[in-house]
Unconditional design. Structure first.
Length: 253
């Protein structure tokens, strides 16, 4: 399971609403939010998380470091994913670097009242230290996001559409062509949040529907740090795992 919501997008929307009343130097109606120092500030993010997935053949544990940094006019964002994966099955027990990913995101529009739109393009490399720790393929993954407060400063909705397609890699591994439609709802209660997410996927290679859903509980620990935990469950034909749990921390600069 890969996390689709733009974490920097979520963090910015939360902090924009939570602190707008405290800052006289920010005009939330400005047509050029990218010129604001706060936008630049909250796009610098480190996400560290650990995800455990139970499968029919064993388990996978991924510890991942994700780094987000603004580039260009600050409407652009660079993302790097560095995973450490452990595969524990009856026939294979290995730990090593997984498939490293690099992505670029662009937010052409972001306004507190009407929400925002974002686009992202990622490339997942065939860089795993062992075939059991990665897909064996190079993957291109474009995505589009829309986010909006359904209840001002309280209920945030982010919907996304992403396709992952392999374009190179080992001929001994299955090709990848999966489209995911995801909806994420976050309800903010002071420094805490509760969220629910459902991702509906179609795998065009095996004609399956490896869907998943999770609930999430998070808290803003300090001004710049957030922590969360979310259990998840997979459902549908050809699902890739049974259940999982993820814990993580976001550090904003």
């Amino acid at each position: 399971m890969k996390k689709s919501p733009l974490f920097f997008f979520i963090c910015f929307l939360i902090t924009l609403s939570a602190e707008a009343q405290d800052s006289s130097d920010i005009d939330i109606n400005s047509s050029n939010l990218y010129s604001e120092a706060r936008y630049h500030y909250y796009l610098k993010t480190i996400l560290l998380f650990n995800e455990y997935l139970d499968t029919d053949n064993g388990s996978f544990n991924t510890t991942e470091l994700r780094f987000l940094h603004p580039i260009g006019n600050k409407a652009w964002n660079l993302r790097v994913d560095l995973p450490l994966v452990s595969s524990n099955t009856s026939s294979n027990n290995k730990t090593g670097i997984g498939d490293i990913g690099v992505g670029v995101s662009y937010i052409p529009y972001l306004e507190q009242k009407n929400g925002g739109i974002a686009f992202r393009a990622r490339v997942l490399s065939n860089s795993a230290a062992d075939p059991a720790l990665g897909s064996g393929k190079w993957i291109f993954a474009p995505a589009v996001f829309f986010g909006k407060y359904l209840i001002p400063n309280r209920l945030l909705w982010i919907t996304s559409l992403e396709n992952q397609s392999s374009f190179a890699g080992s001929s001994n591994r299955n090709d990848i062509n999966t489209t995911a439609f995801e909806n994420y709802f976050m309800y903010i209660i002071g420094k805490n949040w509760i969220a629910a997410d459902a991702a509906f996927r179609y795998n065009a290679i095996n004609k399956g529907f490896p869907n998943n859903a999770f609930v999430e509980f998070g808290r803003k620990i300090t001004k710049n740090d957030m922590a969360y935990i979310h259990p998840s469950v997979a459902f549908g034909g050809h699902k890739t795992y049974n259940f999982g749990i993820e814990v993580g921390m976001l550090i904003l600069f």
